[in-house]
Design a protein around this ligand. Structure first.
Ligand SMILES: [Zn+2]
Length: 93
């Protein structure tokens, strides 16, 4: 774990692809996650149910995806701040 060259933007350790599993019908679909926004709504392509984040989760990927959203991954990795998941943490600007 020495120096890691990181391209501008997202760390290569951050997974941008998440598989969402519908809690109703079990349909799985792979999605690319936006790095600059949270996605709150997902409509199942199979049964048409509208998925929304569970309480405490910031986006549908955190609730229904196999990979949490990029800001949460960064937070877990200790790389930085959470998106809307933060609880009033002091900004770093
Ligand atoms: Zn479904």
């Amino acid at each position: 774990m020495t120096d890691q060259a990181q391209p501008s933007g997202v760390s290569p350790a951050i997974v941008l692809q998440s598989t969402i599993t519908c809690p109703r019908c079990g349909h799985r679909s792979i999605h690319m996650m936006p790095t600059d926004a949270c996605q709150y709504i997902h409509v199942c392509a199979s049964c048409g149910i509208t998925l929304k984040p569970k309480p405490g989760d910031c986006c549908i990927y955190c609730s229904y995806g196999d990979v949490a959203c990029p800001p949460i991954q960064e937070e877990r990795a200790g790389l930085g701040d959470a998106c809307c998941h933060g609880s009033g943490a002091p900004g770093s600007d």
